[in-house]
Design a protein. Structure first.
Length: 196
């Protein structure tokens, strides 16, 4: 069994590691968050990332780019809504602006766009069909339960879409439908992260 350390001992070990940090690590600690902030500004205000990055000294730009790339990639998501589509466009535009191998970036973007198009077209149709099937099944079960409880022959109208159980089941079904899209998107964003 390992040695149990006090909070002071753990803090002292961390402080010792900080003292041994290289200049490169210290630059990363300082400028990667700066790049993350720039990326957030780009996503919110559509600022020009290339111009903002060139305002920093040459020796720290790679850390700024590293931080910006991470933030931009995390903001590429399935196009659930118009705001998600806008965020995707801004993130992808920002990445293309700061990546040096633009041809490889565009190659990955074409794969991502195919996922987005499929999600918007065939995926939307699948989601509608799954929703309708779930709703019909849920309505039948609720109707049967109500009739057994009340011993009535008449149908009682219940809005199942407002029921928490229905919403929870729909979230699970939707997550299952989206899982393959998300797996592919994750694969392509990792590919994007590896491009210089």
């Amino acid at each position: 069994m390992g040695e149990i350390k006090s909070a002071l001992e753990i803090a002292m070990e961390k402080a010792a590691k900080l003292e041994r940090a290289t200049d490169e690590e210290r630059l990363g600690w300082k400028y990667v968050p700066e790049g993350e902030k720039l990326a957030v500004r780009h996503l919110r205000q559509d600022c020009n990332l290339e111009v903002e990055i060139t305002r920093h000294p040459e020796e720290v730009r790679r850390y700024i780019i590293q931080g910006a790339v991470g933030t931009l990639i995390r903001n590429i998501n399935l196009p659930y809504s118009d705001s998600a589509k806008r965020a995707n466009k801004l993130a992808m535009d920002g990445l293309k602006a700061i990546k040096s191998d633009k041809a490889r970036v565009e190659n990955v973007y074409s794969k991502i766009r195919r996922i987005f198009n499929h999600y918007a077209e065939q995926g939307e149709q699948q989601r509608k069909q799954a929703y309708a099937a779930l709703k019909a099944d849920f309505e039948a079960k609720v109707q049967q339960a109500v009739q057994q409880q009340l011993s009535l022959g008449a149908a009682v109208k219940i809005d199942v879409e407002r029921q928490p159980e229905f919403q929870e089941q729909w979230r699970r079904v939707r997550a299952q439908l989206d899982s393959e899209y998300l797996r592919l998107l994750d694969e392509y964003t990792r590919e994007l992260a590896a491009i210089p």
